[in-house]
Design a protein around this ligand. Structure first.
Ligand code: S3P
Length: 436
C-alpha cells in the first residue's frame, strides 16, 4: 500500500496550473462517442484509472478506441451496436462507471455483469436499480443492492417520470441513458441541482433534451446520436480545487488554473472561496471552460455555513473545503452532506478523523461536521486516507501549515482521478515522497 510523506511547504514555485481532464466529462465523452455512428476524436481525456475502466469496458463491448496519449479515436457503433462481452466488466473504484453503465446496459438485448473493487462493491446501487427496474430492467444485485450487478437482456423498456430522492448526477444519468431506449417521455426531477453534464452532452449529440426547472426529460426511443467529430474535455475543477488552497494560505499569492470546467452545477468551491474572502476571477474561454484566478486576501473570521445547494454543487470538494476551513480562524459548518457517507469512503468520518489527527476541534453530525479553524501550525502527524483519493490529496495540502512531516497512508487511489497529482504538487513546490 502506498504512503506519502510530505514536508512543510516552503515556497510556491509556479503561479499557473493545468490539471488533467475532467473525470465526469471524460466518462460521458467516451460513452456518448461510443454510441454515435461515426468517428469521434476525443482530446484531453483523463487517464485516471476510473476513466480507463470505462474505456476498457467499451472495448469489451465491441467499440474500437485507438489511443494516443490523452487523445482517443472512438469509432461509434450506434445506439444498438454494442455486443455482449465475454467476461465481467470491471468498474474498479468508479461509481460513475458502474451507475452510468447500468443505465446503458439494462436496455441491451444481451447479458452483462458489472463488478468493482471492495469500496465500490459496498456502495449503494439500489438508487439506480429502483428506477431502472420500474422501467422494466432485469438486474440482479448482491443482497438486492450491491455489486456484482448481473444485468439481464430485455426486449423493451418503458419511460418513467422519476422524482429523485437525493440529488445525484449518476442516478439521473443512468435513467437518461436507459431513457434513450425507452418508449415515451422519461423525466427526472431533482431535489437540488446535481452536475448537468449528461443532459448538456446529450444535447451536443443532437438529442432533444428538455430542461424545465428541476426536471430533465427526453423522448425515446432515440434513433441515433450525433456526437461532435472532435470533443475536447476541459480540465477538472475538482482536481484544481486541491491547489486552490495555496492562495488561501500563502500571503501575496495569485494562482491561475487554466481551462477548467465551469458549470453552475459544479461551482460550489468558487462560492466557498469567495465566502472565505479570497478574490476569485473567472475569465471565460468558452461556455463551459474558464481560466480561474485566485488571489490571497485576509480571510474572514466570521462563521461560515454552506447552503444545501452549494454543498450539492461542491460535493466532491468537501474534503479540501474542510482543510481550507480548518486553516482559517473561525468556525465552519457543513450540513446536508449525508451523501458523503457513501462516497469512495465515509468522507464525513474520514474528514473528522483527519482533522482531529491534525489537532483541530471538530464535531461530527450525521450529515456533516463543524470545524473550529485556526491559523496555528500543525504538528507532525500521520493520517490514513481509507483508500479515498480525495481524502488523500486534501491531507497532502495540509503541508502548507505543517511544522513537520505529514504522513498519509493508503494513497494508491489518487490515480483514479488525478494521476499526475504528485508531479503537479512537486512542480508547485511541495516536497513529498511516495513509498510503496
Ligand atoms: C459524478 C457525480 C457525483 C460525484 C462523482 C461523479 C458524476 O456523484 O460525487 O464523483 O460523474 O456523475 P452523485 O451521483 O452523487 O451526484
Amino acid at each position: 500500500m502506498a504512503r506519502i510523506t510530505v514536508h512543510p511547504f516552503l515556497k510556491l514555485k509556479a503561479n499557473t496550473l493545468k490539471v488533467p481532464g475532467d473525470k465526469s466529462i471524460s466518462h460521458r465523452t467516451l460513452l456518448l462517442a461510443a454510441l454515435g455512428k461515426s468517428n469521434t476524436i476525443v482530446h484531453n481525456l483523463l487517464l485516471g484509472s476510473d476513466v480507463l475502466c470505462t474505456k476498457e469496458i467499451l472495448k469489451q463491448l465491441g467499440v474500437s478506441i485507438i489511443e494516443d496519449g490523452t487523445t482517443m479515436q472512438v469509432t461509434g457503433v450506434g445506439l444498438r451496436g454494442l455486443r455482449a462481452a465475454s467476461q465481467d466488466l470491471q468498474c474498479g473504484n468508479s461509481g460513475t462507471a458502474m451507475r452510468l453503465l447500468t443505465g446503458l446496459l439494462c436496455a441491451q438485448n444481451f447479458q452483462s455483469t458489472l463488478i468493482g473493487d471492495s469500496s465500490l462493491s459496498n456502495r449503494p446501487m439500489k438508487r439506480v436499480l429502483t428506477p431502472l427496474q420500474s422501467m422494466g430492467a432485469n438486474i440482479n444485485a448482491r443482497q438486492g443492492e450491491y455489486a456484482p450487478l448481473v444485468i439481464n437482456p430485455v426486449t423493451a423498456l418503458r419511460a418513467i417520470q422519476y422524482q429523485l430522492p437525493i440529488a445525484s448526477a449518476q442516478v439521473k444519468s443512468a435513467i437518461l441513458f436507459a431513457g434513450l431506449y425507452a418508449t415515451g417521455t422519461t423525466s427526472v426531477t431533482e431535489p437540488l441541482p446535481s452536475r448537468s453534464h449528461t443532459e448538456e452532452m446529450l444535447i451536443d449529440c443532437g438529442v432533444p433534451v428538455e430542461k424545465n426547472g428541476s426536471q430533465v426529460s427526453l423522448l425515446g426511443p432515440v434513433e441515433s446520436l450525433q456526437p461532435p467529430k472532435e470533443w475536447t474535455v476541459p480540465n477538472d475543477i475538482s482536481s484544481a480545487a486541491f491547489f486552490m488552497m495555496l492562495p488561501t494560505i500563502l500571503p501575496n499569492t495569485t494562482m491561475t488554473f487554466l481551462n477548467i470546467s465551469i458549470s453552475p452545477s459544479r461551482n460550489g468551491i468558487l462560492e466557498f472561496l469567495t465566502k472565505l474572502g479570497t478574490s476569485v476571477t473567472i475569465l471565460k474561454k468558452t461556455e463551459t471552460t474558464a481560466d480561474v484566478t485566485i488571489s490571497f486576501s485576509k480571510l474572514t473570521e466570521a462563521p461560515i455555513s454552506l447552503e444545501a445547494r452549494t454543498v450539492a454543487q461542491a460535493i466532491d470538494e468537501i474534503p479540501i473545503i474542510a482543510m481550507m476551513a480548518a486553516c482559517r480562524n473561525g468556525t465552519t459548518t457543513i450540513r446536508n452532506a449525508q451523501e458523503l457517507r457513501v462516497k469512495e469512503s465515509d468522507r464525513i468520518a474520514k474528514i473528522v478523523e483527519c482533522l482531529q489527527a491534525f489537532g483541530f476541534f471538530v464535531r461530527e453530525f450525521p450529515d456533516g461536521f463543524l470545524v473550529e479553524g485556526s491559523e496555528k501550525s500543525i504538528p507532525p502527524s500521520t493520517v490514513n486516507s481509507g483508500g479515498d483519493h480525495r481524502i488523500a490529496m486534501a491531507c497532502v495540502m495540509m503541508a502548507t501549515r505543517a511544522s513537520g512531516p505529514i504522513i498519509i497512508e493508503d494513497t494508491d487511489a489518487i490515480v483514479t482521478s488525478y494521476p499526475t497529482f504528485l508531479q503537479d504538487a512537486r512542480r508547485l513546490g511541495f516536497e513529498l515522497y511516495e513509498d510503496r
